[in-house]
Ligand binder design. Structure first.
Ligand SMILES: [Zn+2]
Length: 860
């Protein structure tokens, strides 16, 4: 009976073609499974979660039973899971997927089309709506909601829903981080019914990067980011991206567009107009359904390009974020009215405002509420892209055309392949631009890459290749400026240490260049296989991967002084069966030499310990990612092991990733107020015994390396080093809390730093770099006692106006002449302290070598 009614409904409403009807009838062999029947519990019930395997099995069953649903695998995850998305539309649209992808591609790059042709494409096309869920694994509501919404779309006979499906194709990604979804559901189930129910995990919810998986969307370092990026900018070209998140428990119930200030200059305003159209519909549908606590113009700015949908703004894609208030995973929370608070951009006090017309009064808040809000916004998103289908499609072409027409066709970013310190990284920059869907040319002798600014993604190119100047937006006269949402700089050439410039190119050079599909990496291998030794200068990141790989393979590696004064030291490799193949894979060309240069010393692989606290620190994950990528061998080092002492028995080098002193000492995160309680086996830090053990480790000849805030641990009496943090107030000898953003504020910017290239840690580096700085640490040393040798490895310029390279720096004069990286030697022991983020989020390829050098120095 149900099926017959369903069948008639479709006929009456849509008068689909007989082909599509036949298909719908044919595929509906079994009943379309309901999430609750399939899972054995009601999705969204208190204390119940579907894990990723269940979600993915459900979607497979849905796709098998419904002609409106298909599954596409996007690739593997970091831990080897299949990452999938559901494609949902009418059977007829699904049968013509490639036609609609083709229209989307043409609208995204309408060069050569007349306005009549564009209008025709807008009439013929379907809006492609990408909805991504659960990139942050504890923000789990959307992954559960996705099953319900997909079921509704697969089974509804409501004429309005059928009309929307006929107008649009939905790409629904139930989780952007499947590994994390698995971790969070396992952790939640394990502690269900205990006092830790719904609490945080003591490890990152992505194998490497945790919450920073949503900071990776311009650098594309993680496999999950790459998978989705490929689908978006090379296959489907969705016009609209909705990314569903959750936020804190005690503020508004949901954030919808418009975004908050500031606004990025290079984003076409039509992007925001499209986003606001969707936001208006979301707000309407939420209020109509009696949902209170809806806010816009709050917290989330229109300036930063690092997250999912934001990166697409510069590529003429509409992109919207929603954030729903959280419960404790699947456990309800009870929020009293006095606990409700504002305190963030757009809602300073929790009161009725025009961007928050109907405050939520407090009460019980549960997973079911989160999913109900998310069902409404998902449905409003589909309604918007359906109602404004032609306008939105034409809008994409309009933005692309404007990007081309407002740029000078002769102005390009030039990336020369010659004269690069690290040609492999230069080629990687080209490869990254291609991954982003950017058009790249190469000149006739293949030695110069040209990236035209007059192309549909031209504004993205300018944003990523140029420097940033963070706008000083003041909400009121005389007030402080609006803080950036995340960081303030993302200048790829500066971060990667690649020479690139924006220049006017002669037409003959431009005309003789050709478009490339792939970046050409330098030819690697041995320039001549007949040699006892093979040499390469140490000024490329991959050289360190080669040195590690060869030692891992049992080869001998030597380090020799630079053959010319001021040059880079040389790595010398003894002949080895795998040397040519590995050098080839790493795009490194080695030159044979008959003997070892005088004074060459054989490298010993240092035994590396990477400190890992129970308060998950993303920088620990990023450091691990980098060490894995460059084939360092290391062990994670936990509190217990540090406290136990005798560290020299197991390690030569200990790395403390960026972390606050409280986290390292006490296992407590003070930055976000009271921190959460972990089960007893995950509590505490290294404590006083740990500090003593680290000092002993150095006294007995170990090397201790501290990254950014972790350096605070060594400032003070315990280590007896003649150093203080120049940015701490005079009364406090340590810590960052004393400096307020009113007299010093560097929110993730690139600053100019000079290097002492005669020091082993800066050897092979240029004498001037852009360093990524996001914490108020600058070193002030004093003349040391006779048993300590101190070296200033890196320092800021004398003149404050020379300090900022890209981003924002307020109070830069406080950095003048201060040290940015220092080293101490006492006996055989070494300490290297970096005040900046030397490998920030695997984006600072231009400064990786400082970290690699420091580790290798520890092995000598
Ligand atoms: Zn989030």
């Amino acid at each position: 009976m149900f099926k017959l009614r369903a069948f008639l409904g479709v006929v009456l409403v849509l008068s689909l073609s007989s082909f599509a009807l036949a298909q719908e009838k044919q595929k509906t062999a079994g009943p379309v499974p309901k999430p609750s029947d399939f899972l054995g519990f009601e999705a969204g019930a208190d204390r119940k979660l579907a894990d990723y395997k269940q979600i993915s099995s459900y979607f497979k069953a849905l796709a098998a039973a419904s002609p409106r649903v298909q599954i596409e695998v996007l690739g593997k995850t970091t831990l080897g899971e299949d990452m999938f998305m559901a494609v949902i539309s009418t059977p007829e649209n699904l049968a013509n997927k490639s036609k609609y992808k083709d229209i989307a591609r043409k609208l995204a790059d309408p060069r050569g089309l007349t306005s009549q042709q564009i209008d025709q494409l807008a009439r013929d096309g379907k809006t492609i709506l990408l909805i991504t869920c659960n990139i942050h694994s504890t923000e789990i509501g959307s992954s559960q909601m996705s099953m319900e919404w997909a079921y509704n779309l697969a089974t509804s006979q409501d004429p309005e829903i059928l009309r929307r499906l006929n107008d649009s194709i939905v790409l629904l990604v139930p989780s952007l981080n499947p590994d994390g979804e698995t971790m969070v559901t396992e952790w939640y189930r394990k502690y269900l019914g205990t006092k830790y129910e719904g609490g945080s995990m003591p490890y990152l919810y992505h194998h490497y990067v945790g919450h920073d998986d949503n900071r990776d969307w311009f650098m594309l370092t993680q496999i999950e980011t790459k998978n989705v990026n490929r689908m978006v900018y090379h296959d489907w070209f969705p016009q609209f991206w909705l990314d569903e998140h959750q936020m804190g428990e005690t503020g508004p119930r949901i954030y919808i567009p418009p975004n908050a200030d500031p606004v990025a200059k290079l984003v076409n305003p039509l992007v925001h107009r499209g986003n606001n159209l969707m936001g208006a519909d979301m707000g309407w549908r939420l209020e109509e359904a009696g949902k209170s606590g809806v806010i816009f113009g709050y917290s989330f700015d229109a300036y930063w390009p690092g997250g999912t949908r934001n990166t697409g703004w510069w590529k003429n894609m509409y992109g919207v974020l929603t954030e729903v208030a959280s419960a404790r995973i699947a456990t309800p929370v009870d929020i009293t009215p006095d606990e409700l608070q504002g305190g963030t951009k757009g809602l300073i006090t929790y009161e009725q405002q025009i961007n928050f017309p109907n405050p939520w009064p407090g009460g019980i808040w549960r997973l079911r509420d989160i999913m109900d809000y998310e069902l409404l916004v998902s449905s409003a998103a589909l309604e918007t892209v359906s109602k404004f289908r032609q306008e939105l499609l034409r809008g994409v072409a309009t933005m692309a055309t404007q990007a081309v027409q407002t740029a000078d066709p002769q102005v390009c970013w030039r990336i020369p392949m010659e004269d690069q310190r690290d040609p492999v990284t230069a080629a990687r920059l080209v490869a990254l631009l291609l991954e982003h869907g950017v058009e790249v040319h190469v000149n006739s002798d293949a030695k110069l890459y040209l990236v035209p600014t007059a192309q549909p993604y031209g504004r993205f190119v300018d944003e990523m290749m140029g420097v940033q100047r963070y706008p000083e937006v003041r909400p009121a006269a005389g007030s402080g400026i609006l803080e950036p949402y995340d960081v303030a700089a993302w200048s790829l050439p500066l971060m990667m240490g690649v020479k690139a410039e924006r220049a006017t190119i002669r037409p003959d050079i431009l005309n003789s260049s050709r478009i490339i599909k792939e970046a050409q990496f330098p030819q690697g291998g041995l320039s001549n296989a007949n040699g006892k030794y093979f040499a390469i200068p140490a000024h490329e990141n991959n050289v360190f991967a080669l040195a590690n790989a060869m030692q891992n393979a049992g080869g001998q590696v030597f380090l020799a002084q630079a053959p010319t004064p001021g040059g880079a030291p040389q790595f010398i490799f003894a002949a080895h069966a795998q040397l040519a193949a590995i050098a080839d894979k790493l795009h490194l060309q080695l030159v044979p030499r008959p003997n070892l240069p005088q004074g060459a010393s054989q490298l010993k692989q240092p035994r590396i310990g990477l400190y890992k606290s129970y308060v998950p620190e993303m920088d620990e994950g990023w450091t691990r990612f980098l060490l894995d990528k460059y084939e360092f061998r290391y062990k994670s080092l936990e509190n217990k092991e540090v406290r136990a002492g005798n560290l020299n028995n197991s390690f030569d080098v200990i790395l403390l990733p960026d972390s606050s002193k409280e986290v390292i000492l006490e296992g407590r995160e003070s930055r976000f107020g009271s921190s959460e309680e972990f089960p007893p086996e995950y509590t505490g830090g290294i404590g006083k015994e740990g500090v003593k053990a680290l000092r002993e480790f150095v006294d007995k000849g170990g090397t201790l390396i501290t990254l950014a805030n972790a350096s605070d641990l060594l400032i003070g009496e315990d280590f007896g080093l003649p150093i203080r943090n120049a940015l701490a107030s005079p009364s406090a000898t340590q810590g960052r809390a004393a400096v307020t953003s009113s007299d010093f504020n560097v929110p993730g910017s690139l600053l100019r730093v000079y290097l002492d290239t005669a020091h082993p840690v800066a050897a092979g580096m240029p004498s001037e770099i852009a360093a990524f700085v996001d914490s108020p640490i600058a070193f002030q040393t004093s003349p040391p006692p006779p048993d300590i040798k101190r070296s200033i490895i890196a320092w800021y310029p004398d003149d404050a106006k020379d300090i900022l390279v890209s981003g924002y720096a307020h109070g830069a004069e406080r950095l003048q002449r201060k040290a940015a990286a220092v080293a101490f030697q006492r006996g055989k022991g070494k300490i290297v302290m970096f005040g900046f983020r030397v490998q920030h989020r695997a984006q600072m390829e231009g400064t990786y070598q400082l970290l690699f050098n420091a580790i290798f120095w520890g092995g000598m």
